[in-house]
Design a protein around this ligand. Sequence first.
Ligand SMILES: Nc1ncnc2c1ncn2[C@@H]1O[C@H](COP(=O)(O)OP(=O)(O)OP(=O)(O)O)[C@@H](O)[C@H]1O
Ligand SMILES: [Mg+2]
Length: 300
Amino acid sequence: MSFLELKDVSIGFGPVSNRYEVLQNVNLSIKENEFVAVIGFSGSGKSTLMNLLAGLEKPDKGEVLLRGQPITGPGPELGMMFQNYSLLPWMSVYENIDLAVRSARPEIARSERKDYIMHYISMVKLDHAPDKKPHELSGGMRQRASLARTLCIRPEVLLLDEPLSALDALTRSDLQDEILRIWGEDKKTVVMITNDVDEAVLMTDRIVPLTMGPAATLDTPFEVNMARPRDRYTLNNNQEFIRLKTDITSYMMGLSQEKKKAAAAKVPMPDIAPKDFSLPSKRLGFKNLQAVSPASSSKA
Ligand SMILES: Nc1ncnc2c1ncn2[C@@H]1O[C@H](COP(=O)(O)OP(=O)(O)OP(=O)(O)O)[C@@H](O)[C@H]1O
Ligand SMILES: [Mg+2]
């Protein structure tokens, strides 16, 4: 049995008469402790897919299952890191994380809570900013605070929506290692959205492409059968890494070209051109009508 599963899932937005179909017949079966990446173009429905897995959206059709049971709403076993960070603006970094710990990990004693929270704040290198409010943080700092808030809940399933996209290369690679460590040590199941093919191949077991919307669907996954731990410094010489990167990039370029072709396809137009393109003054016979320029009108 799959651990986490999307079964023939479709979802759209808007009224029935003018529904925008975002995802159609999506099937995905994830094993326990698997690390899966979803890649796709902007607007294709990746965040919508994550919201379905987190229990924040209900499918119009099909089922979303955890251990064979329908996911009926969000819960502490499903830890979602939102693309827009979603930190509470009136609370500091510390308070945002504290709130998550109190609600999702109530068993952590009051005396241990501070150390517990600071451990996650240090992990994302925000030791210098626990008292800062979100508006006082850079985009990358907000992203790190949001990652700490998701990790501190220690959910069974980590749903990470572009978790590292706003970070500089060094911080990004540090946090890639941290996510990999947590995934390996704590035996989590991770679904991560990324637009970085190198990152996906470095980190995951399987890369699932989402086709272009509307009515996007998941296509055949690329299996990443590379031994772990994977060394980022020698990866560029690894034949399997090069092959996967080339295959995935050409697949994505193919999707983009198909979309361009579809957009450029000529639509037959009815032959209804108006007969007379002349100005109304001529058509109506106003012989002395002249264009009034701003200069002539201001003189008058
Ligand atoms: N709540 C909503 N109401 C109406 N339309 C929505 C809603 N959520 C998403 N959409 C639409 O669904 C489509 C997919 O959006 P989604 O955010 O899932 O894309 P995405 O792949 O995550 O994009 P990006 O890479 O830019 O984050 C978009 O056209 C978006 O406008
Ligand atoms: Mg998104």
